[in-house]
Design a protein around this ligand. Structure first.
Ligand code: HEM
Length: 325
């Protein structure tokens, strides 16, 4: 398998550095040919809008990643389509999504994902405003979350998040499609899930018990040794291998919430070269490895959305504007 960098196609900003702010937007495509046409021509405008807004604060590291869901791909661009793109697969077992009360029905998975990142929320906000203005009523936003960096890269549950992310060439190798799907090389797959936490139940656990849930120490963020780390810890169940090699994904989760409303959340976002590792991790978390040995973190966290999207390379994104489906 050649490395994605051999393909000379510029990926979108999938492997861009972790920032302090982010906006996650999931939108559905409005019916009709005009909407599809408007979204297609918008594809060619995204890079210019990022340049225009980002130029005003060069140190702000403004980036935007745009992705498309399976159904939307066909409606917008027709064939050929990314080999591994399919709708988000629900995983889990009835009653596993504890604690009660049961979560509200998830919103539709969505057709278009925007992952906007910058060091300052004003940059994210301005770019989101411009991108939405350019889309007009061609889409309806079904979920919009403003995420913030929480102290020293902590998730809202107090543990450092993102430590085991691959970096540099490894990050590219794990996230960017290569010659396994030549027409879509330079692309990437991304899964998003919005989680709400039961902070009262979580905070009632001792720090040691929380550490056994995550599989790492809380203050110093050191991995528990194999003798101490439970097999149902989050880090144990999200560590996967293929042909004897560990397979990683690239995460840039962000805390979000409204303390006054009692909402404390994690917006999970994971990039990978195919949906397979993302789906296996979810299966391990929700169904368990072995079955029944599910992720203890889910006793305190409820997934309320889920979506899988393909991120075309930056070059393909521009070309898609001229596609006739
Ligand atoms: C409730 C939402 C979630 C929270 C609060 C959360 C938090 C964390 C934390 C604190 C760590 C340990 C530090 C690190 O390496 O980043 C971690 C690791 C990890 N998480 Fe999550 N996570 C969540 C959901 C997910 C989901 C849905 C997936 C995959 C589908 C996932 C995949 C991973 C992976 C691959 C690791 C690294 C494991 C390792 O190599 O040790 N996480 N997560």
């Amino acid at each position: 398998m050649t490395s994605p960098s051999d393909q000379n196609l510029e990926p979108q900003s999938v492997c861009s550095p972790i920032t302090s702010s982010a906006i996650f937007m999931v939108a559905t495509l409005a019916p009709g040919r005009d909407s599809a046409e408007a979204v297609r021509s918008w594809c060619a405008d995204i890079a210019g809008l990022v340049r225009s807004v980002g130029k005003r604060v060069p140190a702000g590291n403004l980036t935007c990643v745009a992705g498309f869901g399976s159904k939307a791909w066909d409606a917008l661009f027709g064939g050929p389509r990314p080999a591994a793109l399919h709708p988000f697969k629900e995983v889990g077992v009835a009653g596993r999504l504890a604690p009660p009360p049961p979560p509200p029905p998830p919103p539709p998975p969505g057709d278009i994902l925007l992952h906007i990142r910058a060091e300052q929320m004003d940059l994210c906000f301005e770019l989101a405003t411009q991108l939405m203005a350019a889309l007009g009523d061609a889409v309806t936003v079904v979920d919009e979350v403003q995420g913030f960096r929480y102290f020293d890269m902590r998730s809202i549950i107090g543990f450092v998040d993102g430590t085991e992310n691959p970096v540099g060439r490894k990050a590219v190798g794990f996230t960017i499609v290569g010659d396994e799907d030549p027409a879509f090389s330079g692309g990437s797959y991304v899964m998003v899930q919005k989680y709400l936490h039961n902070m009262q139940a979580w905070n009632e656990l001792s720090v040691e018990a929380q550490e056994r849930v995550i599989g790492r120490t809380k203050l110093s963020d050191i991995e528990l040794d194999d003798a101490t780390k439970p097999s149902n810890s989050h880090s144990a169940l999200t560590t996967i291998t293929k042909d004897g090699e560990e397979v990683k994904i690239l995460r840039d989760n962000m805390p979000f919430g409204r303390p006054g409303a009692g909402e404390f959340g994690t917006y999970f976002i994971g990039y990978a070269r195919s949906p397979e590792p993302l789906e296996l991790m979810l299966e391990n978390m929700f169904v368990g490895r072995p079955v029944g040995n599910y992720d203890r973190l889910l006793d305190f966290s409820t997934a309320v959305t889920g979506g899988l999207f393909f991120i075309p390379s930056a070059d393909l994104l521009e070309e898609l504007a001229d596609r006739v489906p």
